[in-house]
Design a protein around this ligand. Sequence first.
Ligand code: GLV
Ligand code: MG
Length: 347
Amino acid sequence: MKSPAAFYRPLAIGAPEPVRQLPLALERTIHFLPPHIEKMRAKAAKIAATVDVLLGNLEDAIPVEAKEAARAGFIEVARSVEFGQTGLWTRVNALNSPWFLDDVSEIVAAVGNKLDVIMVPKVEGPWDIHFVDQLLALLEARHEVRKPILIHAILETAEGVKNVDDIARASPRMHGMSLGPADLAASRGMKTTRVGGGHPFYGVLADPGEEASRRAFYQQDLWHYTVARMVDACLSNGLRPFYGPFGDFDDEAGCEAQFRNAFLQGCVGAWTLHPSQIEIAKRVFSPEVEEVKFARRILDAMPDGSGAVMIDGKMQDDATWKQAKVIVDLAGLVASKDPERAAAYGF
Ligand code: GLV
Ligand code: MG
């Protein structure tokens, strides 16, 4: 492990200073754009205005014969669209693929000063982050990139989950992580063909009663354990955790339930693969109006955050003040970008 002083030193002569704290950003929706498709590129500016992050996807779901076109298409979108407050990310191909090196080299050379985050798939351990970290520093120095490009890891292998804490603390370039339930299911040998969400057979059966046919069965969240590990690894290192893809575009209620479980557990956003999922993610990852109003009452009742008061029969103290602060801070961030929700929150 590096000494604390060395941890924050640029990894290449001429590379920008690493960040010590993530820039504040609202990232409820990471919207995946397939940049090899011209029709989608033409819509990019319009989509960017409706999401928090626009991501050019170069990895899975992009056909092998379209990999170069996707890379070039992403560069074209990055150059031509004015992103304003919307983040610009890309998901590059895996480190062992024939495309990774050109993905990173060409994109940093062309649009390194516009790119906020590189999402790296199938991260297995801190060694993967160290490699990308060093490569980015060299490219940033060569192409005079002024602010460090951050790294977002996809947690989607059994090895990666085992090493999640070390991945989180591998570099000051780490932005956060997303759960990748499809690759993770395959890597772990889970018996599901779904992309995220629950499974009808994964649940708990009530004890046998008088009538066996009436035994209640409650479906459980297949991803609870992994999301919890990811949230702890991220939050203990100042990073942001995300739920990844939900593949059944017709099941909007299922998508919303999966996103909400992740939100309640600590995640700040999710991937949106289909336009119908954008509103779901924005709704779920913005705190509820009543929750925000109640949280503000707690903060108002305890201006210095200490002591104990009763509000509507519920005990509040230093710890619930901190819980309220999480909600109110998030609401403030949402309000800064979303005038409708700002009005509903009373900000
Ligand atoms: C995402 O990349 C996944 O594998 O679920
Ligand atoms: Mg994957």
